[in-house]
Design a protein around this ligand. Structure first.
Ligand code: ATP
Length: 630
């Protein structure tokens, strides 16, 4: 596509022209002109084109697919048949699906027939509005858009189906698992005559292995002749996978940012493509692990204006579970709000809403579950204590700040040494980051010790936090070992003792990765683990019982061991005795046998002698007889 200049962009100049009510809606939202991605993608997706759209985070991709989808459904000759679906929007997370659903509802408020359906649905679920005037009636056959949000964890699949059958929605928005459940019902129809478009938001994430099976099953339930739109800030990473989604000759739309690279000495900086928004400052700090949290503390205190909404990314859910307890001690002044994928759905929704609605300075302490798509305009700072395992995620994490032209800072921490190669690694991926120079942060070992001490004090106050620290640390090491850029992030290079201090650990956990570690596992602390109690009384009682039980068991084991030794000795003696007896018996037997032999010989000799004597006597007798007969 020919590059467009800013002055050429206007909503009314888009072709085909947008409906009046859409123009009213976007004007009411305060969007005076389309963003470059909207300008390029809306006409294409309104036509019969499949599109693959890559544009930086916060550049307005949601409306770029939503406006064409809605426009097309409202331009049909007649409404879809009951229980027929016209369009599907797939997203990788519940939060993102919810956000897209909210954007769609706010758009549809301007479309009277669709708004009337939404109103009726509201009244069904909230009887307090019984006095409100009834929504205007529209003649049957009026085209309208009825969306349904499908998320795991909120309502049951049966409830989803029941809502579907009652309201016959024509746009479904959801995460793959729950969407598949609904599509698997024989009552839900997506025939070629009805189904128009599939949009995959954060498409490269949806094409990851984790979603592969569900995605394949969803696609098998959709007609092959359809329009498909893939949207993401990093969709080009998944280009090899596009064939799997059955795109037909897609139009590729890439909206990049031109920026002047940092000039080398004596040179003028060259203009280069960037995959991150111009309004987002992408910076890094190289610090040893134990200096990172003190640096965050100083940064939050020094940055002007003070950051109000901060997102801090950690590698694992268990790390969040731990740091949510210790960070409030160190980063006073900001409320810490945890959010991760292992939270029950209720907690996940409550905490997310708490962060979005918070009027006080707050930090969303989270994992990559909140890396993509979330549009919280007030986020002005993103912190990454470590880069993400998957480099694709890097720009998405950073892109939670500096959205839609607002200023934002994304700061990434790197360990000294090999991790510094990550800077060049990112530059090659058109994601340049530069050292943070303002504000200038000087961190000393005194700051690091103070932070460790504060975290340890919290861990010493409750054994549950000690447990979380150990589990969190182990999970972090596992995540570190799984970095895609494995030549940069090597477990073998980690400074274990410094990491122990950085985490405020009371000791280094036993783990295979530490097998060859010859340093100080106690981290120089005088700490008696058995004396560390749970704050929770029931749990502590149980622990003490188990401890006593354990001691008893140990005693028994010792006694059994001693007993065993004695029994063994006895058995040994008995065996010896048996053997000795056997030997004696054998000897006796041989002796008797020998005796018998001698007896037999003697007997035989005797018999022989008797026979000889007898013969002699007979001979003598004969002689006598002869003499007598004469
Ligand atoms: N034409 C416009 N003019 C000004 N702001 C707009 C316009 N279109 C959308 N926005 C706003 O820009 C912000 C970012 O939009 P959106 O969430 O769609 O970005 P995105 O490109 O999908 O980002 P990500 O890649 O992070 O998902 C939103 O707050 C939205 O209201």
């Amino acid at each position: 596509m020919a590059p467009q200049t800013k002055t050429e962009r206007s909503w009314s100049a888009l072709t085909p022209p947008l409906s009046e009510w859409i123009l009213d809606a976007i004007s009411a939202m305060g969007f005076t002109k389309p963003t470059p991605v909207q300008h390029a993608a809306i006409p294409m997706f309104m036509g019969n084109k499949d599109v693959v759209v890559e544009a930086v985070t916060g550049s307005g991709k949601t409306l770029a697919f939503m406006i064409p989808m809605v426009e097309r459904l409202l331009r049909l000759d007649a409404p879809l048949k009951k229980n027929h679906v016209g369009a599907i929007i797939l997203t990788p997370t519940r939060e993102l699906a919810t956000q897209i659903h909210t954007v769609l509802l706010s758009l549809l408020k301007f479309h009277a027939p669709s708004a009337a359906v939404m109103k009726t649905d509201d009244e069904d679920s909230d009887m307090e509005d019984a006095d409100a005037p009834p929504p205007p009636a529209f003649p049957s056959g009026t085209l309208k858009v009825v969306p349904q949000l499908l998320l795991g964890g909120t309502v049951t699949p049966a409830q989803d189906l029941s809502w579907f059958l009652k309201n016959s929605p024509n746009i479904l928005i959801g995460t793959p698992g729950r969407l598949l459940e609904l599509l698997s019902s024989p009552h839900v129809h997506c025939p070629q005559s009805s189904f128009d478009a599939l949009v995959m938001d954060e498409a490269d994430r949806l094409l990851d292995m984790g979603f592969k099976d569900d995605l394949q099953r969803i696609l098998s339930r959709l007609p092959k002749q359809r329009r498909t739109g893939l949207f993401s800030a990093s969709v080009s990473e998944a280009v090899d996978q596009l064939i799997r989604v059955g795109l037909r000759n897609p139009v590729r739309i890439a909206v990049k940012v031109k920026s002047r690279a940092a000039p080398k000495e004596g040179e003028e900086g060259v203009i280069e493509d960037k995959r991150t928004p111009a309004s987002l400052q992408m910076s890094y700090l190289v610090l040893p692990p134990s200096h990172k949290i003190p640096a965050i503390k100083k940064l939050l205190a020094t940055l002007q204006p003070q950051p109000q909404k901060v997102i801090m990314y950690l590698a694992t859910c268990y790390s969040v579970d731990y740091f949510q307890h210790v960070l409030p001690e160190v980063l006073k002044g900001h409320a810490i709000i945890p959010l991760h994928g292992k939270h029950p759905d209720k907690v996940r929704r409550k905490n997310f809403a708490k962060f979005v609605d918070s009027m006080a300075p707050s930090i969303l302490l989270t994992t990559d579950v909140a890396a993509r798509g979330l549009d919280i305009p007030a986020v002005d700072l993103v912190l990454q204590t470590d880069p993400p395992s998957d480099p694709k995620t890097f720009i998405h994490r950073c892109g939670r700040a500096g959205r839609a032209g607002r200023r934002g800072l994304a700061l990434t921490f790197l360990n000294p040494g090999r991790e510094e190669d990550y800077i060049e690694f990112l530059r090659i991926r058109q994601t340049p980051i530069s050292p943070l120079t303002t504000p200038e942060l000087t961190i000393t070992s005194i700051d690091a010790d103070a932070a460790s001490k504060k975290m340890r004090t919290v861990a010493r106050s409750d054994r549950a936090i000690f447990d979380k620290a150990q589990r969190g640390f182990v999970s972090w090491v596992r995540a570190y070992s799984k970095h895609t850029a494995s030549s940069i992030f090597r477990v073998a290079d980690l400074d274990w003792e410094d990491l122990g201090h950085a985490w405020g650990l009371l000791r280094l956990p036993s783990m295979p990765e530490l097998k060859k570690f010859e340093g100080d596992r106690t981290l120089g602390l005088d700490f008696e683990l058995d004396a560390l109690a749970y704050k929770d009384k029931v749990r502590e009682k149980q622990r003490l019982e188990e401890l006593a039980e354990g001691a008893k068991k140990k005693r028994f084991e010792k006694r059994d061991k001693e007993k065993d030794a004695w029994t063994l000795k006895k058995e040994h003696r008995a065996t010896k005795e048996v053997r000795r007896e056997k030997k004696e018996k054998k000897r006796e037997h041989e002796r008797v046998a020998k005796m018998d032999e001698e007896e037999r010989k003697k007997e035989a000799e005797l018999q022989k002698m008797i026979a000889q004597v007898r013969k002699k006597v007979v001979e003598e007798e004969e002689d006598a007889f002869e003499g007598f007969s004469d």
